[in-house]
Design a protein around this ligand. Structure first.
Ligand SMILES: CC(C)=CCC/C(C)=C/CC/C(C)=C/COP(=O)(O)OP(=O)(O)O
Ligand SMILES: [Zn+2]
Length: 425
């Protein structure tokens, strides 16, 4: 291009022919005729995307017309108890490499809902499983006999943080081995590979590395070298963050990873915060009330955390509120749960699963809270956030545990865990 700006045509999508229709003046038609005309035009521009969106909206509307639902705590607790008491069905073998994730999602859901329900018996099961995966105390793979992985290690550390140091399990975490391994995963561009032998490099790797290192108090300038530039280059023209520098479309999951990493580095102001806030606001669908993960995609309950927590981190940093917590609350309570089937889900028509149960509950906790940064960060590299009940909520509170949006675990557990690691390596 003559002005030197290059545009990746591949990212711009298929070209459609431009058609022009002149609408009759609104006053020339009565209201019904006007709506019919608009509907006709909408049909002319119908695509797979618009049809899917309309189907989703119709399904949500069926739930919005019902009476307001409270959080069905008992149904969700039963669903979680089944997870620790019974053997998983064969179709869950697809999650064989995500065993620490399952432990984190289930344990965290218990903790957010009702902390005492993560009994000592359950805590011991978690600890036993994780130290069977890695008898040397980390780094952790996705299951026994699997290669150490940055996401498996992140989920393991989060899961262990929920276990109240049962049987002194926190002292079995091998911080030195984890630190040396993270350094080996580090790439010249500032990012982290997910695994030594193979593995991708994107904002997920950075977030996992910084989350683990700040929780264990092993974060160093050497580990963080080049990370800020990498993250700055992941912000797109829309304001959200893609997974890799200058390459991707902004996406809720990768944006969460980038923003949480910036919070840990205390460098939020190095990016375009205004554009980020606009992008977060645009993720909230007017009619469905919940969030999607990127432009023109469907609402999904898990973005209640990926996008909701990004908004909460901005709020905690004094940037103001860029989403509607009331609308998010309504989407979650009306569309993401039913009383007869426990667990929380992506959207009406989908089954509940442990991943959505965790992230939808975290999203609900965010909608019910207000956030500020804790100014006094004592002897720890973890970034502590204070949270109190949302006084502007139009709904009854569900009495969930207050959570730290950067780490996705309850503030009480995080505080205790990081206090345990108050000496730097
Ligand atoms: C800590 C860690 C590893 C965090 C991961 C964060 C992350 C990338 C979350 C995204 C999860 C998700 C719903 C992907 C779906 O993408 P899609 O393209 O299928 O969905 P879409 O249609 O909603 O865009
Ligand atoms: Zn989802």
């Amino acid at each position: 291009m003559s002005n030197g700006v290059s545009v990746k045509a591949k990212l711009l999508g298929r070209k459609r022919e431009i058609t022009e229709r002149i609408l009759p003046e609104e006053e020339a038609l009565d209201a019904e005729e006007y709506i019919e005309t608009v509907e006709d035009i909408m049909k002319e521009v119908e695509t797979e995307t618009t049809i899917d969106r309309q189907t989703t909206l119709d399904a949500c509307n069926e739930w919005f017309v019902k009476d307001s639902q409270p959080l069905f705590k008992n149904s969700h607790l039963k669903y979680l108890q089944y997870a620790f008491k019974l053997q998983f069905p064969a179709n869950l073998t697809a999650l064989d490499a995500s065993q620490p994730w399952m432990l984190y999602w289930i344990a965290n859901s218990f903790k957010v809902l009702q902390p005492e329900e993560l009994t000592e018996e359950f805590q011991r099961k978690i600890v036993q499983k994780l130290f069977t995966i890695s008898p040397q105390g980390g780094p952790f793979g996705g299951g026994v006999g699997q290669l150490p992985h940055i996401a498996g290690s992140y989920a393991s550390i989060n899961a262990l943080s929920l276990c109240n140091n049962i049987d002194n399990c926190w002292d079995k975490i091998n911080r030195k081995a984890i630190y040396n391994w993270l350094l080996k995963l580090k790439q010249p561009d500032g990012g982290f590979k997910t695994c030594l032998e193979v593995g991708e490099n994107d904002t997920r790797g950075i977030y996992c590395a910084l989350s683990i290192a700040s929780m264990l108090n092993i974060i160093t300038p050497e580990l963080c070298e080049g990370v800020l530039d990498y993250l700055i280059n992941c912000q797109t023209y829309e304001g959200g963050f893609g997974g890799c520098p200058q390459e991707d479309e902004g996406h809720g999951g990768y944006t969460f990873c980038a923003v949480a990493s910036l919070m840990i580095l205390n460098k939020l102001d190095s990016v375009d915060v205004e554009a980020l806030m606009r992008w977060c606001s645009s993720r909230q669908c007017n009619e469905e009330k919940g969030f999607n993960g990127r432009a023109n995609k469907l609402v999904d309950g898990c973005y209640s955390f990926w996008v909701g927590s990004t908004a909460a981190m901005l709020e905690a940093s004094g940037k103001g509120l860029c989403v509607s917590k009331n609308a998010l609350h309504e989407y979650i309570c009306q569309c993401c749960q039913t009383e007869q089937d426990g667990g929380l889900r992506d959207k009406p028509g989908k089954y509940a699963d442990f991943y959505h149960t965790n992230y939808v509950l975290l999203g609900l906790a965010i909608s019910e809270s207000e956030y500020t940064l804790q100014t006094k960060q004592e002897n720890t590299s973890a970034v502590l956030i204070e949270s109190k009940s949302n006084t502007k909520l139009d709904y009854a509170l569900s009495n969930l545990q207050e959570i730290n949006p950067i780490y996705g675990v309850p503030i009480a557990d995080l505080t205790k865990f990081v206090a345990h690691f108050n000496t730097h390596l």
